[in-house]
Each structure stands twice: as structure tokens, then as C-alpha cells.
Design a protein around this ligand. Sequence first.
Ligand code: MV4
Length: 446
Amino acid sequence: MFKKILIANRGEIAVRIIRACKNLRIKTVAVYSEVDKNSLHTELADEKICIGPANPRESYLDMNKIVSAALITKADAIHPGFGFLSESSNFVELCKKDNIRFIGPDSEVIDSMGNKSKARNTMIEANVAVVPGSKEPIYKSEVGKIIADEMGYPVIVKASSGGGGKGMRIVEDERDFHKLFSLAQTESMNAFNDDTMYVEKYIKNPKHIEVQILGDSYGNIIHLGERDCSIQRNHQKMIEESPSPVIDEMTREKLGQEAIKAAKAVNYENAGTIEFLMDKDFNFYFIEMNTRIQVEHPVTEMVTGIDLIKEQIKIAAGEKISLNQKDIKVKGHSIECRINAENPANNFLPCPGEITYLHLPGGNGVRIDTAIYSGYKLPMNYDSMIGKIIVHGVDRKEAIEKMKTALDELVIGGIETNANFQYSLMNNLTYLSGKANTGFIEELLS
Ligand code: MV4
């Protein structure tokens, strides 16, 4: 097992990883930027090392600085968390060169899934259901249009390097194809320096369902059920839950096997997520694979009782997964609400500032993952997510009641947050029905 792990991240996920390391009696190194000098992760870690200015490019995204920090502190592994360097194959290679274990999959796997068009092809070869669409990467609008015309409209044009909605355009009418393809391609070029595109049939108002998987270095792969992440705004998830309120035990097993098939196609090792779209007739289609731990991992932990970060560390250290698929039971229901420093009354504008007062909720089945404390000044340089409330109940109804109680009890003084907006969603009839799809928030706000 590792003796010391460097956490190449900040905020609540850095704190979450430090706690898992402590549980495993592994020493921890925090890295921080100048504006994060007073951040909680630096306090909780055994050692801390400043890696530069607030701008992520000069600190949390600077691979050389992070590897240097690991070498100086003699850390034998790096946990990247999510965002930042978590899906950088170059970073994985750099770690390898210096004999530092990257806690995550190998660089080739990251690359093959990071290119969405390539990932689609891999899944088609492996007989995983994907959205009908192009097989080869597309560079010319004329080529894309032939495929779109044949499929019929609406279609969606996507950037191979895309993510978070960037480089994506829905085309309803064939006359708009060239214009929208070109817009998406230009956006992709600017954001990712890549003009590789692909085309899919557009599925209207799908549910976003993802399956958590774990794979070890001995070829064992298990799934830990699904998360329903349909409640999102501008491609940012707001609420996630497990299990999905619309998936029964039989469908869960089928979907889980589909996810395992997808993971096996790339010999997946460590924690990963297979993303599916579900249409109104309950058909599932693979869209992407995320080769990292995700923000919403706690809802899976709550219903399965498995600590995913500890599993990631053990797998990276060369241990076999100690669980069999038949040991994995989804028990009760878990919901996560993301708490953001933002103002819902002003188009969800980020609102960093000083937290003048803080009361966090608690109680049976209430978990708070956060790095904020009373007196903490939120820097403006990073994501507006400041924490997550995760609840676990015997069923969805009880989980919702616990979430309402927790949101009501939460007091964050000095800054605006989306907590009241989240509370209102817990009373929304569409949300309560469990049938809300990815178009729900946009419709609600329109
Ligand atoms: C889709 C889709 C419908 N059909 N693909 C959004 C982010 C990225 N991970 C994939 N996304 C989608 N892919 C097909 N074939 C719908 C979404 C989607 C979406 C698209 C446009 C505007 C808002 C959206 C919100 C959620 C999901």
C-alpha cells in the first residue's frame, strides 16, 4: 500500500480524498495556490506545498509543479480528484516517468475515451448500444450532412473533444445544417484545438443515467448501479440520485451488464462512469465514458455502502477488488443537492465572498461534503460549487423529506447560494414524480 499520497486538487473533493487516506492510514500532501492558503484541505493534510498563483494554469493545472511537489515530499502516488488534471493522459505519462502512481486508469484508456468519436467506435465494435449516428470522425460539413439527411432530423452535431455542452449544436432543419456544423466546429477549434466532429440522431428530452463501475488490474469489473442525473442547468448537474426512480431491478441488471461490457472493451481499471441517455420509451444509448471519480459519487456510496475513494486507492496499489457483483446491493435511496455560491435571482451569477456564519445540517442519513467554514473567504478563481448535501433514506420519499429538513436547517451567512432554489425543487411535482428529464430546469425557468 502507498505510504503517502499527494492530492492534486482543492475544495471539497480534496477534503474527501484526505479523509479516505486517513482511514487507510496513508500520509497526505496538499497542494495549494496562493489564494488557497487558508483552504481547509491544507489544514487537514499532513503536509502542504504551495504550487503558484490563483490562475489554475499556473498551479493546479501545472503538471511539472505537481510532480515536483510529489518528488520533494516523497509521495508515492497522486490522486487527481475531478476536473484539473484528472483526465490528462500527458499527466499520467509524466507521473509514470517519475515512478509516481497515478490513481486512475492508464493514459491510453483516458485518451481513447476522451475522444468521444473514437469512444463511440470502440463501443460499436463491442456491441454496446450507441445513439444512431456517424461511425467515422467528420471534418467536412458536406460529409456530415449526407449522414444527417439519411438519418432524418433532428440531429445533434458534437465535437469529439467536447464536454459540458461545448462544440454541440442541435439541427432541426436540413437547411441549417452547414451553418450549425460550422459554429460547433469553430467552437471546438477554439476550445480544444480540435476540429473532429461526429453526428448523432437527436434524442429529445432524454434522462441522463450513468452507471458507476470499478475495475482492478486483474481484469475484474463490477458495476455499482446507476445514478439519475437528469436535473441539470446549462450542462451543470444540480441534483443526482441513486437508484433512478424510473428503473426497476431487471432494467438495472441489464444496464449494469451493458456498462460492464463497455468497460471491458477498454480493459478499464479504477473507478469510471458509463453515461447513457434514456429516451421516453426507456431505450438506453451509450454517449460517453468518464475516466475519473465524479462529483456525484456519494449517492452511490450511500446506497451500496462502498467507499469509492478507498477502492480507487486500493486498486491503484495493485489490490484485487474484494467484492463480487452478487455482493453489491442497492439499499434504500440517496439524493445529492449541490450547493453553489450563486444567485438564482440573478441568472445564477456566481457570488463568492466571505462566509460570515455557518451552520451545517446533520442527523440520521445526512452527509455533508464541503470545505467551507465560518470565516472562510471564497476565492473567485474556481468553480462556484461549495459543497454537497447527501441524504440516505429507506425510500425516495424519506430521502426527499430528509433533504428538505437538511436544506431548511442549512445557514450560510455572507454569500448568496442556491439552497432555497434546491428546496423549491424538492416540492416540485415534476421532480417528485421522478420523471424529470434533462429539459426540466430550462422549462421551469422559462
Ligand atoms: C445528446 C442529447 C440528445 N441526443 N445526444 C449534453 C452534454 C453531453 N454530455 C451530451 N448531451 C446531450 N447529448 C443526443 N444524441 C442531449 C444532450 C443534452 C443536451 C443537449 C442540448 C442542450 C441541453 C442538453 C441538456 C442535457 C443533455
